[in-house]
Design a protein around this ligand. Structure first.
Ligand code: SF4
Length: 372
């Protein structure tokens, strides 16, 4: 399977292999396994074997057809370095990565020992980054294997972090990503564990990316640590860009108050809906494309959409109504459905449709059944 997803630090997944077997405590609630069984139940031929290790020859060259540079997660639905994937097939995957220098590939594995052993026989292009998952201190040794690969950037993914990792060897490590477990049965992530890893990264000058607190509803718990987002990335990004990823982070930074509170955000993005919450005497900002009615969801409250009114420029005076517009009609109303200032108030009972306030059944009928 290949497609967009919500990894947060990669943009695309490419699955020349699917399936895996559990190897350590971090696998207990494997998302890929759940998804594979679900796809099998839906009758997807590619997942006819469920979560058993399968190689997909027809997907091998897929990245060569993507013209735009992408951040690609390799074998998102499994582990490329699984014992059942033939050495020769892994070699072909690396060859494709070398032939697509415009993309950046992330090879993340819980089996870095195999990656290290195969490394001398693999073509290691600069655009292939290697990562190892470390869920607790007992599995920090995976970083040692990772260091034996010649990957341009070696990174550690502490997700789901299940315990403290107070002595993380960051020698030769270019990036650390940390996150809590999410989904059904998610195990808790303690703040002290996150702070400890963050402080070690800061001391060693290693970029630290905090992905999420996790939990059963991960969108509600957010990803703010000590009042700011941690979205650092390796500095040597070469020619490749992090367009989608940076845009997403930037949006979150704006929502959550930016790096280093207190932060004064700029005016809302064009197209946002701004509403005043009379109860809390704050301003609610709904980004473009999101419904701006009803009570804001908990995610919005945690994401700090409440900004003091002084952050926003004074509203522009509304346009004058067109001369001779009939009182209270659709033609005398602003596109937002609010009446123009100075125009007679529309009838209380009316309908809204397509941004127009309709005041009579005749208007409503005319809009539903336009004349040809
Ligand atoms: S190694 Fe990764 S893909 Fe394999 S079972 Fe564990 S969590 Fe799932």
């Amino acid at each position: 399977m290949s497609g967009r997803h919500g990894i947060g630090w990669a943009e695309e997944s490419w699955n020349p292999t699917t399936g895996c077997t559990k190897i350590s405590p971090g696998c207990a609630h494997c998302w890929a396994e759940r998804m594979a069984w679900r796809l099998q139940g839906m009758g997807q031929k590619r997942y006819a074997r469920g979560f058993q290790v399968t190689t997909h020859e027809d997907l091998l060259e897929k990245p060569l057809h993507w013209a735009k540079p992408r951040l690609v997660y390799v074998s998102f639905m499994g582990d490329l370095l699984h014992e059942e994937v033939p050495d020769e097939f892994i070699g072909r995957v690396f060859e494709v990565m070398a032939r697509a220098p415009r993309h950046r590939f992330h090879v993340l594995t819980k089996r870095p020992e195999r990656l290290a052993r195969l490394s001398p026989r693999l073509p290691w292009p600069d655009n292939a980054w290697a990562g190892a998952t470390v869920e607790n201190a007992a599995h920090a040794y995976r970083g040692d294997w990772l260091r034996q690969t010649p990957a341009a950037i070696k990174y550690l993914v502490l997700e789901p972090l299940l315990g403290p990792v107070d002595e993380l060897d960051l020698t030769g490590i270019g990036w650390v990503i940390l996150g809590g477990e999410s989904g059904p049965g998610a195990r808790p992530l303690h703040t002290d564990w996150v702070r400890s890893v963050r402080d070690q990264c800061v001391a060693a000058d290693v970029p630290f990316y905090f992905k999420q607190w996790g939990g059963v509803r991960r969108k509600e718990t957010g990803r703010t640590l000590d009042g700011r987002l941690w979205t650092e990335r390796p500095k040597d990004t070469g020619q490749l860009v992090f367009d989608g990823m940076e845009a997403r982070d930037h949006l979150d930074e704006r929502r959550e108050g930016g790096h280093g509170a207190p932060h004064a955000p700029g005016p809302p993005r064009r197209g946002s809906t701004v509403r005043e919450d009379k109860k809390s005497r704050r301003i609610l900002v709904f980004p473009p494309g999101e419904r701006a009615c009803g009570r804001p969801r908990a995610t919005r409250q945690l994401a700090n959409p409440y900004l003091p009114l002084s952050h926003y420029p004074a509203p522009r005076p509304p346009a004058r109504p067109p001369a001779g517009a009939p009182a209270g009609s659709a033609a005398g109303c602003a596109p937002t459905g609010r009446p123009f200032r100075g125009s007679p108030a529309p009838e209380r009972r009316g309908w809204s449709c397509g941004g127009l306030r309709l005041t009579t059944p005749a208007h409503r009928f005319a809009l539903r059944w336009p004349r040809r």
